[in-house]
Design a protein around this ligand. Structure first.
Ligand SMILES: *Cc1c(COP(=O)(O)O)cnc(C)c1O
Length: 478
């Protein structure tokens, strides 16, 4: 692809936008500049390709396409059918799945589709049957009452939030916590690792309808073969939410027992994290759940986004190329280099290291809360996010952890040497920052003291580190 074509495409687009609302064109340009300048270690973010980005800005956005390929509730969906079928085919081939549903607008939406599919498949409820049969208007008050009661009795067992689980796995701030009677499994306090015997014990006691595996902040592999055996032993449906690590599955870094697709009844994911596609979600499953999954829209989803499905097809085609496997391996190599660099400098890491794309630093060793550490790093040009550690004494708001991940910097081309330099910068900031005090002199969980000269110096070093690895090198807006 010529440098010229991509620059011309984005420049022309901005020119067209500028003629209508220049402030939006300016903000888009400023966003690229900001992203180019920041050392982005947010584990859930990445940089999609110019082809993927360009695929989202077109007239597919104008089309309603409720239904599935070949069975639409709107006329004129032949071109949407083409791109949706392509995205699903690439997803099936890439992940070795029998069925792929590419309509979910995000990871949370994909999980809702999966939950409803499992409930509809497993729960014996005449009211639910009616609802699923699209005769929602025929439901009586009594039906609704029965439906709510029957569904409200269902149980979910998932990973606890402070061990790295996700809000959508049955926690209160999310609808899943209201839909399900939830219990969670944590990690072993001494090793920080999932203790499968404890998961099995919890499953035996609780007898969940759904066993969920998957995480946003667990720095290790999960053995999905063992998890499936546990689910089978209690008759649970085994669901894996691979939102964070789908890129490592696609790139064949996670294989055998660690590849969720052959072991789970149903797998959900985002497409914009390590998978490096457009912002969106996806569900993979076997033939048993396929019909219910395909009812995602309008059961829980709004109309599909054909422009995003088209971009999913492009990004998934990219992920099927051999260089994506190299990329996925480099993500993990970089995370391990970063972890080693931090450990050598005396940092404490949850589980003592990583075998995926993320590292969780316990910053209490530096005398800081996650919030203080996050802000001090941000002042120094390093973008991370605070995150609870297991049994976190500072709770979910202040936290004691910093989560860092390598998918984005790996896309830019940074390698092991730069990861060691990054570890040095992080360690410098954290060891030079001290906890501040409130107006009354009491210790604060938010205030901190960092010499601005240190922040400035680290910021300059971070910029130097990024300079040889330009972001979107083929895109020149000037
Ligand atoms: C990010 C994430 C989600 C939510 O994805 P959205 O696209 O933000 O809705 C769901 N599950 C897990 C495990 C995640 O990490």
């Amino acid at each position: 692809m010529s440098r010229n074509a991509e620059s011309t495409a984005f420049r022309s687009a901005l020119e067209v936008i500028r003629a209508v609302e220049p402030r939006v064109a300016d903000a888009i340009g400023a966003e690229l500049a900001d992203q180019r300048e920041s050392l982005k270690l947010i584990a859930s973010e990445n940089y999609a390709s110019p082809a993927t980005l360009l695929t989202m800005g077109n007239w597919f956005s104008d089309k309603y396409a409720e239904g599935t390929v070949g069975r639409r509730f709107y006329a004129g969906c032949q071109n949407v059918d083409t791109v949706e079928a392509l995205a699903a085919e690439h997803a099936r081939e890439l992940f070795g799945a029998t069925h792929a549903y590419v309509q979910p607008h995000s990871g949370i939406d994909a999980n809702l589709v999966a939950f409803w599919a499992i409930l509809a498949d497993r729960v014996e409820s005449p009211a639910l049957r009616k609802a699923q049969a699209r005769h929602v208007n025929d439901l009586t008050e009594a039906d609704w009452f029965a439906l709510r009661r029957e569904l409200g009795d269902q149980r979910m067992l998932g990973m606890s939030l402070d061990a790295g689980g996700h809000l959508t796995h049955g926690f209160r701030p999310n609808i899943s916590g209201k839909m399900f009677d939830q219990r969670s499994y944590g990690t072993d306090p001494s090793t920080g690792l999932i203790d499968y015997d404890r998961v099995a014990e919890a499953a035996r006691e609780f007898r969940p309808l759904i066993l969920v595996a998957g995480y946003s902040a667990y720095p290790r592999k999960v053995n999905f073969r063992i998890m499936r055996e546990i689910a089978d032993s209690v008759g649970a449906t085994f669901m894996v939410d691979m939102a964070h690590f789908a890129g490592l599955v696609a790139g064949k870094v996670f294989t055998g027992d660690f590849d969720p697709v052959p072991h789970a009844h149903i797998v959900t994911t985002t497409t914009h994290k390590s998978l490096r596609g457009p912002r969106g979600g996806m569900v993979l499953c076997g033939p048993e759940l396929a019909d219910q999954v395909d009812r995602g829209c309008p059961m829980v989803l709004g109309g599909p986004l054909p422009h995003v499905m088209a971009a999913k097809a492009v990004a998934l085609a990219e992920a099927r190329r051999p260089d994506f496997a190299d990329y996925a391996q480099r993500i993990v190599d970089n995370a391990q280099a970063l972890a080693d660099g931090l450990l050598r400098r005396g940092a404490t890491l949850v589980t003592g290291g990583t075998d995926n794309h993320l590292v969780l630093i316990d910053v209490s060793g530096y005398g800081l809360t996650g919030r203080q550490a996050e802000q001090a790093l941000l002042d120094s040009g390093i973008v991370t996010n605070r995150n609870a550690v297991p049994q976190d004494p500072n709770g979910a708001w202040y936290t004691s952890g910093i989560r860092i991940g390598t998918p984005a910097l790996t896309t830019r081309g940074l390698g092991a040497t730069e990861m060691d330099a990054t570890a040095e910068l992080i360690h410098t900031v954290l060891s030079q920052t001290t906890a501040g005090t409130g107006p009354d002199g009491a210790a604060s969980k938010a205030k901190y003291v960092l010499d601005p000269a240190v922040a400035e110096q680290v910021g300059k070093q971070a910029a130097d580190l990024l300079a040889p690895f330009p972001l979107y090198p083929t895109v020149d807006l000037a």
